[in-house]
Design a protein around this ligand. Structure first.
Ligand SMILES: [Zn+2]
Length: 124
């Protein structure tokens, strides 16, 4: 018994684009091992790509209902702690640098002695 035509004919419509059966065949096939004609056409046809996205039957069947792993809460905690430490370190560094370069910290002068009166402060 000889089939009248290749079964791939049913996967393309009259325009040469993929039919729903073609999309289903691509979705069913494992990654990288789908029908070559379907993959080749899909790679070169934007219309079929949009249709496949609209259908949601990508070549990679992703189980959307079952989450893969638990969210790593400890990772977020560690990252938050590291960010806080970095922020504190930067704040301390800026404070030290600003105090050293801008206005050197002087010991509190006694009230009986005048503390550096602004006399002739660079009148150029
Ligand atoms: Zn197409």
């Amino acid at each position: 018994m000889n089939p009248s035509g290749p079964p791939d004919r049913a996967l393309f419509d009259q325009r040469g684009c993929l039919t729903p059966a073609g999309f289903a065949a691509l979705a069913r096939a494992p990654i990288g091992r789908g029908p070559a004609e379907l993959a080749a056409h899909l790679a070169s046809c934007a219309r079929c790509q949009e249709r496949m996205l609209a259908i949601g039957a990508g070549p990679r069947p992703a189980p959307s209902s079952v989450p893969r792993r638990k969210p790593r809460l400890w990772l977020y905690v560690v990252l938050a702690g590291a960010a806080l430490i970095l922020a504190l370190a930067a704040l301390i560094l800026v404070t030290k640098l600003g105090g050293a370069s801008g206005a050197p910290p002087r010991p509190p002068a006694r009230s009986g002695e005048m503390n550096s009166p602004p006399r002739a402060a660079g009148g150029s």
